[in-house]
Design a binder for this molecule. Structure first.
Ligand code: KG4
Ligand code: ZN
Length: 381
């Protein structure tokens, strides 16, 4: 089965083609630079960019896959969750194609897509992925922090989620006041490598709660206060140091080493704050994942597989911690960089699994009626 996938849920215009669970092409045009100067996604701007790009991105995705619209079996499109004005662009395009080429339409939940991002194979059918259902999913991105039980394809239960900020959002906000640009997550991780994660004890908000919900706003606020107390306004040296790590230039290695020795210099403070923040941020998802596994075990469910997906799953420190904490679990991550962030490959693969269980729309009136659902929870797919 050949599926064309489309995703315009946030600030990436994306189209992809898959054949069953194999990705043939996965094209993403990121608007991240357009939104960077605002420090976050600007909805109206996102819509305009999607409108400008969508036709071209779909065309390239088809071309790279070696397929034509005629040879596509169905079109999968993200219906939600996401930004309403952005989702509308992808849905409109998918409807037009479905009607013009008389193809079925498959509405996809973006979070379900993120789950399948870890089960996607390359065009050669590699790697072989062994897993047993039910499995546990940890979705960690700029917009989401969720623990989901996947009982079966299409059967999801949200076990816990953030009550306020998402984990990636907290990386971005703490990184922003440290002049790390946007998105700050990967930069903060790199800078934290030079720091001592035990220099500051930051709060892990939901550690004493019995439920599986999480919270990142308290950690974010505490970290921002710490930055203020320790550094005050970012001075020139601090900004230069951060810039040098982003571009791998300016400060020489010996200079960096020397600077890091003195506790008083901003480089050390930034690295130490970053490392302490990262430790606390990761500790919360680690702790809640453990709590979820124990809860499921008490309910008689022996989980053997854990999927960790979403942008923050790229964090190497986090991966190391999970590997160490859960040596018996099979932990699955997406296959490549594109599949971590928002992309349409995962939407196409989710489309394939939805099509297998007949979850497609063929009636033209129903296709026309399909509308975005910006707050669509994965537990009501
Ligand atoms: O899934 P994703 O591309 O998109 C949205 O949620 O929209 O995730 C992006 C998020 C950003 O918050 C970014 O800072 C974070 O993932 N991120 C990271 C790392 N790489 C990306 N956070 C921590 N460490 C990283 N290495
Ligand atoms: Zn996403």
């Amino acid at each position: 089965m050949i599926i064309l996938g489309i995703d315009t849920s946030c600030d990436e215009t994306a189209a992809a083609v898959c054949e069953n669970d194999r990705i043939l092409s996965n094209i993403i045009s990121s608007q991240v630079k357009s939104h960077a100067e605002w420090g976050g996604v600007v909805p109206g701007l996102a819509r305009r960019k999607h409108e400008e790009l969508i036709d071209h991105i779909v065309e390239i995705a088809l071309k790279r896959s070696g397929k034509t619209m005629e040879s596509i079996d169905a079109i999968a499109v993200t219906k939600g969750p996401g930004l309403a004005v952005a989702l509308e662009v992808g849905i409109k395009k998918a409807k037009e194609l479905a009607i013009e080429y008389k193809k079925p339409l498959i509405p996809i939940n973006h979070m379900e897509g993120h789950i399948y991002s870890a089960l996607a194979k390359n065009s050669k059918g590699k790697p072989t992925i062994e897993y047993k259902l039910p499995l546990l999913v940890l979705l960690i991105s700029g917009g989401h922090t969720e623990l989901v039980l996947m009982r079966n394809n299409g059967q999801y239960e949200i076990l816990g989620q953030t009550l306020d900020d998402a984990i990636g959002e907290s990386f971005d906000k703490v990184g922003r006041i440290l002049n790390m640009g946007y998105p700050a997550g990967p930069v903060l991780e790199k800078i934290a490598e030079n720091g001592d994660e035990n220099s500051y004890e930051l709060p892990i908000p939901m550690k004493n709660s019995k439920d599986l919900n999480m919270s990142y706003s308290g950690l974010k606020t505490a970290s921002m206060k710490l930055v203020n107390d320790e550094i005050g306004a970012m001075n020139d040296y601090g900004a230069k140091f951060v810039a040098s790590l982003q571009t791998s230039q300016t400060l020489s290695r010996s200079q960096k080493q020397k600077d890091l020795k003195s506790n008083k210099n901003p480089a050390t403070l930034i690295a130490n704050i970053s490392a302490s923040f990262q430790k606390a941020a990761v500790e919360q998802v680690l702790f809640k994942t453990n709590q979820a596994l124990r809860k499921l075990e008490n309910d008689g469910l022996q989980i053997q597989d854990l999927i960790i997906a979403g942008g923050v799953a790229q964090n190497k420190y986090l991966r190391k911690k999970f590997r160490k904490t859960f040596p018996k679990l099979r932990i699955h991550y997406p296959l490549n960089k594109k599949l971590f962030t928002d992309n349409a490959g995962m939407i196409a693969i989710a489309g394939y699994f939805n099509a297998l269980r007949g979850n497609v729309i063929t009636d033209v009136h129903e296709i026309n009626r399909l509308d975005r659902e910006p707050n669509w929870g994965i537990d009501s797919v």
